[in-house]
Design a protein around this ligand. Structure first.
Ligand code: HEC
Length: 151
């Protein structure tokens, strides 16, 4: 019995180690498209707001993720980190803001405001590890007030 447990443990460890070998290309400067970023489009946005959005949203909603060491651990890297980035970019990619139609930009501004107001974003599974990304009430107010002026 003990031996069987040891063998199972060793096999699981090997599978875990082998899984680490699979590392997809990271989401950093992947052929930056020739479009204008959200921050450049709204150049007069308060600097503090730019800092907050970069820190709280850009890891998933941009073409440049600031990876932490634990983000590279498999299988969570593929199942969570890269999946979140892909799904997030499909809905909203701040790096490619200028490629969206005016109508889509308006819709997204409203959606961004709603996600922030209702504290759905940044995702709680993310702020669990990234405490600094969590928005406080003053930050939520600053962001939503500015977003309202763009609606
Ligand atoms: C950990 C990754 C992550 C972070 C950080 C993050 N998001 Fe998201 N976001 C997602 C994912 C994943 C989706 C797609 C949700 C889905 O498919 O259900 C999404 C969807 C959205 C949507 C579209 C919602 C809709 O259905 O219309 C908006 C808007 C949004 N996020 C805004 C933000 C803002 C603003 C921030 C920062 C304050 C932020 N997100 C931070 C992962 C993230």
């Amino acid at each position: 019995m003990k031996k069987a447990l040891k063998i199972t443990g060793a096999v699981l460890l090997l599978v875990f180690l082998a899984a680490q070998l699979y590392q997809p290309a990271p989401n950093v400067d992947k052929g930056q498209p020739a479009t204008t970023d959200f921050m450049q489009t709204y150049a007069d946005m308060p600097a503090e707001m730019k800092t907050i959005i970069r820190a709280s949203c850009y890891d998933c909603h941009s073409n440049n993720t600031n990876y932490e060491w634990y983000d590279y651990i498999q299988p969570t890297r593929s199942l969570l980190v890269e999946k979140h980035i892909k799904d997030a970019q499909e809905d909203l990619n701040f790096s490619e803001w200028d490629s969206y139609s005016q109508r889509k930009q308006k819709r997204l501004i409203t959606s961004i405001k709603k996600q922030i107001e209702t504290k759905k974003m940044p995702m709680s599974s993310y702020t669990l590890m990234h405490h600094n990304a969590k928005l406080n009430d003053a930050q939520i107010k600053l962001l939503t007030q500015w977003l309202e002026t763009q609606e």
